[in-house]
Design a protein around this ligand. Structure first.
Ligand SMILES: Nc1nc2c(c(=O)[nH]1)N[C@H]1C(S)=C(S)[C@@H](COP(=O)(O)OP(=O)(O)OC[C@H]3O[C@@H](n4cnc5c(N)ncnc54)[C@H](O)[C@@H]3O)O[C@H]1N2
Ligand code: MOO
Length: 406
């Protein structure tokens, strides 16, 4: 008997997923490993920065009292290398040779650049300063950050610049949100592995690496990718195991109404079926359910539907685990080329976009067929053609998701 499913819209399905409570857990990790991790607490300045008066140039440090009547000879009483300190005061017409980034003597008021000075013949401990300068060439202590100032706010995705800032304050560890752990199960007796000999009726498992790479790009950890032949028991054993140690399980294929579509049966028998039929194409059979407190998103096996379903349903969930919005930027775009077909369901097309005079323009990228995969490399956006009996006119406004990492 054919099971009747209750179709809901894309927006309703997304809302059901958005309403799920997700645990946001925090862990402390080395700063060196924190690129693209999300900061879980405000990072504040442990002390003033810089924490000493710093020379901006190679040159000579002088007192304010001696800053007149140039050219004039100074007695060089020391050399201050970057990393060293200088613990005595300069006297009248005394100077210290100083390097960029070095500690400025406490009673020096200015660093005269090396270019404005000349050596004094036969007098190695003397220097002639030719002219003064308006700028003091000294970076005051605390000029960039006062102790306690906010460096990076909680909820920020760290990048190389942010990590350098934390390191500048001597941080070795940082509190971040734990990355969600994701297991991937691809199903289908037709699936071959890379390196296998092509055979009639069989296909290579291209969705496995597709999902794994998309998961990793979303900032989550792929704990395991399992490829299963269509077998109900095998599916149950693997799901049971993977639910225990993962935050999300993504399955692929076997979710329609075929005799071997065991994911469909599993979803129906689950604790909480969220949806198993969408009023959209591709991926009308995309399914989501919760079992043992673990969310399972069952994507369609058709590659175009799998790709689209990942961005619409799985990616926003993965980002929520670390308190972040989806990487997909939602915009309104204009249809640059007419899409002539009409459909009873909303269509989510793989497209490309251009930004012209501040307006996004989108068009279909090659194929709209659910089973095609040739356009996934070059797709830069998804856009929605609402269900209708009439094609949308040229320039019609369409909801568009600009995809990340393109
Ligand atoms: N009688 C009906 N048949 C189908 C319906 C329907 O409503 N009634 N829906 C169609 C639609 S729409 C879709 S979408 C597919 C969804 O099927 P499944 O998600 O159950 O996926 P499969 O049947 O397992 O596979 C579909 C297609 O994709 C290929 N595939 C599967 N896994 C992979 C993989 N890892 N890498 C690459 N390609 C994969 C598979 O060989 C099939 O060609 O159902 C329609 N049928
Ligand atoms: O719902 Mo299916 O993905 O259109 O072929």
């Amino acid at each position: 008997m054919l099971e009747r499913r209750k179709p809901i819209t894309l927006e309703e399905a997304q809302a059901k997923l958005a309403a799920l409570k997700l645990p946001q857990q925090v862990e402390t990790i080395p700063v060196a490993d924190a690129n693209h991790r999300v900061l879980a607490e405000d990072a504040v300045a442990a002390y003033d920065y810089p924490n000493f008066r710093r020379s901006g140039y190679d040159g000579y440090a002088i007192r304010a009292a001696d800053d007149h009547d140039f050219p004039k000879n100074f007695h060089v009483v020391g050399e201050i290398q970057a990393g060293a300190t200088f613990d005595h005061d300069l006297g009248e017409n005394e100077t210290a040779r100083i390097m960029t980034g070095a500690f400025v003597p406490d009673n020096a008021a200015k660093v005269i650049m090396l270019e404005q000075t000349r050596s004094v013949p036969e007098q190695p401990d003397q220097v002639k300063i030719m002219v003064s300068q308006d700028r003091d060439n000294i970076t005051p202590a605390g000029s960039e950050f006062k102790q306690g100032a906010l460096l990076i706010a909680a909820g920020t995705e760290l990048n190389p610049g942010g990590l350098s800032l934390l390191t500048a304050f001597g941080a070795t560890e940082v509190k971040v949100y734990r990355q969600p752990r994701v297991a991937i199960i691809t199903t289908g007796t037709e699936l071959l592995n890379p390196g296998d000999t092509p055979q009639p009726g069989k296909i290579f498992n291209s969705n496995g690496p597709l999902i794994a790479n998309l998961v990793a790009e979303s900032g989550a950890i792929v704990t395991e990718t399992v490829q299963l032949v269509d077998d109900y028991k095998l599916l149950q054993t693997n799901l049971e195991r993977l639910k225990q140690t993962n935050d999300l399980v993504i399955t692929d294929g076997g979710v329609s109404v075929g005799d071997f579509d065991y994911l469909a049966t599993t979803a129906r028998n689950s604790e909480q079926l969220l949806f198993n039929k969408l009023k959209m194409r591709p991926g009308s059979v995309t399914t989501a359910f919760v079992d043992d407190n673990t969310l399972i998103i069952a994507l369609s096996g058709n590659p175009g539907a799998c790709y689209t379903g990942f961005y619409l349903f799985a990616e926003p969930i993965l980002r929520r685990f670390v308190g972040q919005p989806s990487h997909c930027q939602k915009v309104t775009a204009n249809l640059a080329r007419i899409y002539p077909k009409t459909n009873g369901y909303d269509k989510i097309l793989r497209g490309t976009y251009q930004l012209n005079d501040g307006r996004y323009q989108v068009q279909l990228n090659g194929s709209d067929v659910s089973g095609s995969l040739g356009n996934l490399q070059s797709t830069t956006c998804l856009f929605k053609i609402p269900h209708s009996h009439e094609p949308l006119p040229l320039n019609a406004e369409v909801e568009t998701w600009l995809l990340p990492f393109k």
